[in-house]
Design a protein around this ligand. Structure first.
Ligand code: NAD
Length: 485
């Protein structure tokens, strides 16, 4: 075991879980045994909630200009420790070192945004009638929780940590049991940055812990990022318990490629979008809808896919179950009559035989009813569906139940605008394979890719992590006349 057994982080200290139940943490890169993660119990959550509750009065009363000083220092610490954080991210998640560096750089950008929050939450004040003023202020909620998935061990936690805490809340995070190491390191950096004990807590666990969070009476708000199946459960359970909830789910992102698309640029973008982070991104291209004559672009996509080498510029998928699931989708597509142009099944990386890899896969002549066209695969696989018109392509995109992202590749500005208007997704790209909005623009999908109001990052997060206080004030000058007047 490379690291010592993982513990919860409560009230500024690493503490053992009250249970003895653990899971092994295995590196997808080579199958090596990294650590064990506890499946904590409701009592552990309760301890974390108590610590957060105790820290809340002082933290929430600390002026925001002071609170964000912690995040200026945290940003510097992320920069200083970038290499180590990136290595840890690759080790537990399986992505390439370069992808992990990009992930930590994104954490830095997210933190940078949080340091600008004092400029964004100034509230409003207006004299609404003679001598009467109305004023609004953003007030923190209290103890809040963040439940995160395996595919971005540092970035998704940092979607919520800097904003929620800078806005005055105290947080409990539940990392994915598949990648539990990075959050512990983030806790250490937050402490080093001067965050008071109890403001940030980490409780490890699985399904039972998620349910305990949704049920805990002292947790005011729950943010969730993960699959749609679980997002629905978490949204329903926490709102049933009268909590505020924002639950981001899975995705099936469609790239629409028009015949006038620039072939090299389009092929590079499609290949990078479907294979980056081994296809384990909620913004990854999963289906490509080609309109009209696009054979020349498909040929270039295959050329690009063949340049992607597992173990070199393509990381591992999270575990053997995931590898099996992805491969079974490819096999099913073949059985259904699609054509496998580039086949990533049965991939082994020399010297890392226990790693879980799937090579880049290009499947052509997929029809909209096939499972590869309908379901989230979460692997480096692109399914190409052929259509004759843009409206047919849009109908396919619109029919899919998800709505995280969609992109169009074209040189025709009018057509691009038409697709921006008609695509049913929260984030749209034009000649961009992974249309993640950058700060201060917020991140969030539509349809079954998100449940709840607003987005998780950027300015939108202010509404989620705070409640608005409205005061109406009237000073009667005459009544107050005295010797000081
Ligand atoms: P997941 O839904 O399996 O797990 C997410 C979290 O929920 C984990 O912390 C896990 O412990 C917990 N969990 C798992 N099953 C549960 C259950 N039955 N009841 C309660 N809690 C449960 O997701 P994952 O496999 O870790 O991550 C991949 C998924 O996340 C993909 O679907 C991907 O699209 C999605 N994702 C979405 C976004 C987005 O912004 N929309 C971002 C990243 C990942």
């Amino acid at each position: 075991m490379k690291y010592s057994a993982i513990q919860n982080y409560i009230n500024g200290r690493f503490v053992p879980s009250s249970t003895t139940q653990t899971l092994n943490v295995i590196s997808p890169l080579d199958g090596s045994f990294l650590s064990t993660v506890p499946l904590s119990a409701a009592k552990d959550l309760d301890d974390a909630v108590k610590a957060a509750e105790a820290a809340f009065p002082a933290w929430s009363k600390t002026p925001i200009k002071e609170r964000v000083q912690v995040f200026f220092r945290y940003k510097t610490l992320l920069e200083k420790n970038l290499k180590e954080l990136a290595e840890l991210c690759s080790e537990e998640n399986g992505k390439t070192y370069g992808e992990s560096v990009a992930e930590i750089e994104k954490c830095i950008e997210l933190t940078e945004f949080a340091t600008s929050l004092p400029q964004l939450i100034t509230g409003e004040l207006l004299e609404v009638s003679k001598g009467v003023e109305c004023r609004t202020e953003h007030v923190p909620l209290g103890v809040v929780a963040s439940i995160v998935p395996f595919n971005f061990p540092s970035m998704v936690p940092n979607w919520t940590i800097p904003n929620a805490i800078a806005l005055g809340n105290c947080m409990i995070i539940k990392p994915s049991e598949k990648v539990p190491l990075s959050c512990g390191r983030l806790a250490e950096l937050l402490k080093e940055a001067g965050l008071p004990d109890g403001v940030f807590n980490v409780v490890h666990g699985g399904v039972d812990m998620v349910n305990a969070i949704c049920d805990h009476p002292k947790i005011e708000a729950v943010s969730f990022v993960g699959s749609t199946k679980v997002a629905k459960i978490v949204y329903q359970r926490s709102t049933q318990n009268l909590k505020r909830c924002l639950a981001l789910g899975g995705a099936k992102n469609h790239l629409m490629v028009l015949p006038d698309a620039i072939p090299d640029m389009t092929a590079q973008n499609v290949a990078a979008s479907m294979s980056g982070c081994a296809g384990q991104r909620c913004m990854a291209a999963s289906a490509m809808v080609g309109v009209g004559a696009i054979d020349h672009i498909v040929a270039k996509i295959c050329d690009e896919a063949l340049k992607i080498v597992p173990g070199q510029n393509l990381g591992a998928v999270i575990d053997a179950a995931s590898q099996e699931r992805i491969e079974s989708y490819i096999t099913q597509a073949e059985k259904d009559g699609a054509k496998i142009l580039v086949d990533g099944r049965n991939t082994k990386v020399a010297g890392k035989e226990k790693g879980t890899y799937v090579g880049p896969t290009v499947i052509d002549f997929v029809t909209p009813d096939m499972s590869v066209a309908r379901e989230e695969i979460f692997g480096p696989v692109i399914s190409i569906i052929r259509t004759n018109t843009v409206d047919e392509a849009l109908a396919i995109e619109n029919k899919n139940p998800y709505g995280n992202a969609a992109s169009v590749f074209t040189q025709n500005g009018g057509m691009a605008r038409y697709i921006i208007d008609k695509a049913s997704a929260g984030m749209i790209g034009v000649n961009v394979g992974v249309p993640v909005p950058r700060e201060p623009f917020s991140f969030g999908g539509w349809n079954e890719s998100k449940f709840g109001v607003g987005d998780i990052t950027g300015k939108s997060s202010i509404e989620f992590w705070t409640k608005l206080k409205k005061s109406t004030v009237k000073w009667n000058a005459e009544a107050g006349v005295n010797w000081m007047s």
